[in-house]
Design a protein around this ligand. Structure first.
Ligand SMILES: Cc1cc2nc3c(=O)[nH]c(=O)nc-3n(C[C@H](O)[C@H](O)[C@H](O)COP(=O)(O)OP(=O)(O)OC[C@H]3O[C@@H](n4cnc5c(N)ncnc54)[C@H](O)[C@@H]3O)c2cc1C
Length: 514
């Protein structure tokens, strides 16, 4: 690592305007420069998956830099799961197809859970479940806390903390002569300069979702009436809603029909059934799925009671089967159509959720409505009225104490300043889905700076050649593709059979990768 300037540097007009920067331009701005072969921007699960894979492929910690505002890789994920009612003892959606601390997938989460159990039934239950799933029981999926603990162990093994540079990444621009400059704004008071430039041959972008997304009518209500407490997004902290509904009877409108809506419904019904809450749940569907649906017998998805059912957010073949192969072959509108058919809003058909909803339908605690919201307005006695144009043409008014928007996270690439800059100055473009256009190797199309390459992974690449990009397995798959591409360029070794076996043995003995 070399620091070529120590002056208090900041971005200049010259730098902001130029698509490609020279070393002299950065020196003129007085921005100190640090050299690393590869920097990863984000520091979440996607960055972690890449660093894990590259370390296994032989990269040393001093060759890799992670630029991030996070302290540990699952910080954002933990924040979002916690808010959306997945506490650490709950089970996540995905299974051991992706074991986050172990790219080989063995031993699986179920095996580890069995061997760490303190009772015979605790030992047998997870093993039996993976034996008979999904026909006789739900898919086995690990508890959140098991995932966190395993990532903690692996980050220690990788020497993750030593590879971090904390701060906010402002932009990544191509460099005259090849490679990139990535500009980090370190936290106030931690650096002598306002910015630091990381000069690297390779850049990996894994910035996740830019933020929360509200349904337009709810956003309008919040802004117009300055009511940010009673109309909430399921991903923002809103535990006080459940506390208030426990303390006094109330009505809550839930919008959305994906897994986050299922989690919110579970929490509300748990409180009714186990803690005596007298909540009335009004579930508002925009699209109501009445039964199995799909264009042909080979592409049918279960559905009912408003929900589209799917174990994982994409069919399993999206990560390693027919669909993965097809996605890699087709382009443009054809890919969009396949994504539309196989993705969209869906939730697993879990026995617990089915039974809870059945009971609450019967006792009147849960009622479903279908329609298009025309407006959301304040009502009498501090209620909020949702005006709905129902499917049969009637108009309905739903009064509630709270509205929980469980419909999603922000999908607009331009909401991320770094990504917007890549579109405006970095040569990057959008795919037909409106997200970043990447190659099959996850190289960002149009952003090459030979011999340097830029890669992008995660949710902001949906619409490319891989469907399940915003999942653990998707991020691990992307990491393998990037590592293979870097191996072809000689940056790391190829992970062949010998290396894979040797590295698994090191993993099993908790030795650092070599
Ligand atoms: C509630 C919930 C449940 C989920 N359950 C599952 C599941 O069961 N199984 C599964 O496979 N997947 C699941 N997922 C998907 C999972 O979150 C993603 O697979 C993964 O967390 C995304 O990782 P990422 O690295 O792309 O983004 P993140 O983990 O969000 O990391 C990116 C981070 O980069 C940082 N960053 C962004 N911009 C900058 C910048 N300019 N400068 C510095 N830092 C920046 C931010 O802190 C950001 O959080 C779930 C997601 C949610 C929200």
């Amino acid at each position: 690592m070399a620091t070529t300037s120590t002056a208090r540097g900041d971005l200049t007009d010259e730098l902001i305007e130029a698509d490609i920067w020279s070393d002299e331009m950065v020196a003129r701005a007085g921005i100190p420069v640090r050299d690393y072969p590869l920097v990863s921007v984000g520091g979440g699960i996607g960055s972690y998956a890449l660093v894990d894979t590259l370390r296994i492929a032989g990269a040393q910690p001093e060759q890799l830099r992670v630029l991030t505002n996070l302290d540990f890789p699952y910080q954002t994920y933990r924040h979002l799961t916690n808010n959306s009612q997945i506490p650490p003892h709950e089970r996540i959606r995905s299974d051991s197809a992706s074991v986050l601390d172990n790219i080989w997938g063995w031993p699986s989460y179920a095996v580890r859970e069995a061997f760490s159990a303190r009772s015979l039934s605790g030992f047998i239950a997870p093993l039996l479940q993976v034996l008979v799933e999904p026909i006789f029981t739900d898919y086995y999926t690990p508890k959140l806390e098991q995932v966190f603990q395993s990532v903690d162990r692996e980050t220690a093994r990788l020497e993750w903390a030593g590879m971090l540079d904390k701060g906010q990444v402002r932009m990544s621009r191509r460099r005259h002569g090849g490679g990139y400059f990535t500009i980090l704004t370190p936290p106030e008071g931690t650096s002598a300069t306002r910015r630091i430039a990381f000069r690297s041959t390779y850049v990996h972008i894994s910035v996740g979702y830019p933020g929360l997304q509200f349904l337009p009518d709810l956003q309008e209500y919040r802004q117009k009436h300055q009511d940010y407490g009673r109309v909430v997004n399921a991903y923002e902290p809103h535990d006080y809603v459940y506390a208030d509904l426990l303390a006094s009877p109330g009505t809550v409108v839930v919008r959305g029909s994906g897994i986050v809506a299922s989690r919110v419904l579970q929490r509300l019904i748990d409180d009714i059934e186990q803690n005596g809450a007298q909540t009335k749940i009004v579930h508002l569907f925009r699209t109501y799925v009445g039964g199995a649906h799909g264009p042909s017998i080979f592409m049918r998805r279960k559905g009912g009671d408003g929900f589209a059912y799917q174990g994982f957010n994409w069919p399993k073949s999206a990560w390693g089967g027919q669909m993965k192969q097809k996605m890699e072959e087709i382009e443009g509108e054809d890919r969009l159509e396949l994504l539309r058919l196989t993705g969209g809003t869906n939730t697993p058909k879990r026995k617990l959720w089915q039974q809870q909803l059945k009971r609450c339908r019967a006792n009147g605690a849960y009622r479903a409505y279908v329609g298009q919201v025309s407006e959301v307005v304040p009502g009498p006695d501090r209620t909020i009225i949702t005006r709905v144009n129902a499917k049969d043409g009637t108009k309905i008014e739903l009064a509630a104490d709270y509205i929980i928007d469980a419909t999603g996270l922000e999908g607009d690439v331009r909401q991320s300043r770094v990504l917007a800059d890549l579109l405006d100055h970095g040569g990057a473009g959008l795919n037909p889905y409106g997200r970043l256009d990447v190659e099959r190797t996850f190289e960002l199309r149009g952003a090459a700076s030979p011999p340097g390459r830029m890669y992008a992974v995660g949710s902001m690449t949906l619409g490319g050649y891989h469907a399940g990009v915003d999942t653990f397995l998707g991020l691990q798959t992307a990491a393998l593709h990037v590592a293979d591409d870097l191996a072809r360029q000689g940056f790391v070794a190829r992970i062949g059979m010998g290396r894979s076996l040797a590295q698994w043995l090191r993993w099993a003995r908790r030795r650092p990768p070599s």
